[in-house]
Ligand binder design. Structure first.
Ligand SMILES: *Cc1c(COP(=O)(O)O)cnc(C)c1O
Length: 381
């Protein structure tokens, strides 16, 4: 099956008893057994497996070309499960421009359990070898990164650690498998905040993991079962429904994102634009080779460099909504310094380039004329 067919049919089958075309929402915690230990259809207790969640998990494995999919109660619960593959004393090499919540989970929670983290720029993969230590067991990548849209060359990183017993995990939330499939590029684990593009309608908090191999899938399923951070059946249904239109939505997100980036690039009040689809972007060539499109996330700063201009803009937008999160059909705008990235210390933010005048847009699937005129009028102050 090709990708647009997989988002609808990958790993799916009609419900065997009634022929129901959609998987029912199996609101059950437990399953009847005929004789002790003999299960009717392999289901025992919904923390271990639930048919609605299973349908979503099979869809996830299909669209990311992995062996096993797993659905969690949030993106962070999914990351939490990946980190539990490690042992005290292990070291994780992570990209420095990370989602704020990932950074918080690593530095404030897992560091308590003797896991060691270093955060570095992955701009020059060739010189990254020196950052690997004897106890390095995982490389954590986000690409494009949140909020500066920096790219990491997944293939090069995977080649760098090949044969070293180091797992490569990729947060693929921004790109989605429609634009980028990390497992095909050599990664071992893909992670998603399914809250974002996979769900696509800003109506659910969910997370996903996709493991390349059966062994890794089993290890992660054990952690999911033993720790219990599962996604409920109703939310699983919502994400599965979202995935069916992923291709259609992403196509429009890419179209609109590109036009918004080009509009902002010409605007006299705007200084820097962070969008991989602009030829002026230093990573444009990598973007073209690693991704099949550039998505709907666009960040920018003001010529004035002042937070008050970002605030003025964010108070004036009407079609865009000022809110955290991203990846839904509706356009959203966010101020990383005070909202999504407030958990990163101020000095660290400055060092990374997350300046106080930075605005991040999640460009939705509305008519582009309405989005551009909203931006135009919110910028006329
Ligand atoms: C939102 C987000 C997360 C966290 O996911 P939740 O579903 O909010 O727990 C992780 N990574 C990225 C890139 C995100 O945007």
């Amino acid at each position: 099956m090709k990708f647009n067919t997989k988002v609808i049919h990958g790993g799916q089958h009609h419900e065997p008893h009634t022929g129901s075309v959609n998987v029912p929402v199996f609101l059950t915690s437990t399953f009847a057994q005929e004789t002790p230990g003999k299960l009717k259809a392999g289901y025992e207790y919904s923390r271990g497996a639930n048919p609605t969640r299973q349908a979503l998990e099979d869809s996830l494995a299909s669209i990311e070309n992995g062996h096993t999919g797993l659905a969690f109660g949030s993106g962070l619960a999914a990351i939490d499960a990946v980190l539990k593959l490690l042992n005290p004393g292990d070291h994780v090499l992570a990209v420095d421009d990370l989602y704020g919540g990932t950074y918080r989970l690593f530095t404030r929670l897992f560091s308590k359990y003797q896991l060691e983290f270093t955060f570095v720029s992955f701009d020059k993969v060739d010189s990254l070898g020196g950052e690997l230590k004897e106890n390095t067991k995982m490389v954590w990548i986000e690409t494009p990164t949140n909020p500066l849209m920096k790219l990491v060359d997944i293939k090069k990183v995977s080649e760098l650690v090949k044969g070293k017993n180091i797992l490569v995990a990729v947060d693929n939330t921004f790109a989605t498998p429609y634009l980028q499939r990390p497992l095909d590029l050599g990664a071992d684990i893909v992670m998603h905040s399914a809250t974002k593009y996979l769900g696509g309608h800003s109506d659910v908090i969910a997370g996903a993991l996709i493991a390349k191999t059966k062994e890794l899938g089993e290890a992660l399923h054990f952690i999911q079962f033993a720790s219990g951070g599962i996604l409920g059946p109703h939310d699983s249904y919502l994400v599965l429904r979202g995935i069916k239109t992923l291709s259609l939505r992403m196509e429009r997100h890419c179209e609109n994102g590109q036009k918004v980036a080009e509009f902002l690039e010409k605007h006299p009040k705007i200084d820097k634009i962070f969008y991989p689809g602009l030829p002026s972007n230093p990573q444009y060539e990598l973007a073209k080779s690693q991704m099949s499109g550039f998505g709907g996330m666009v960040s920018f700063t003001f010529k004035s460099g002042e937070q008050k201009d970002a605030v003025k803009f964010l108070e004036s937008i009407k079609v865009f909504t000022l809110a955290e999160s991203l990846g839904g059909v509706e356009s959203l705008a966010n101020h990383p310094t005070t909202m999504t990235h407030a958990s990163i210390p101020a000095e660290k933010r400055q060092e990374l380039g997350i300046t106080d005048d930075l605005v991040r847009l999640s460009v939705g699937v509305e008519d582009i004329e309405d989005l551009l005129s909203d931006l135009e009028s919110a910028l006329s102050f």
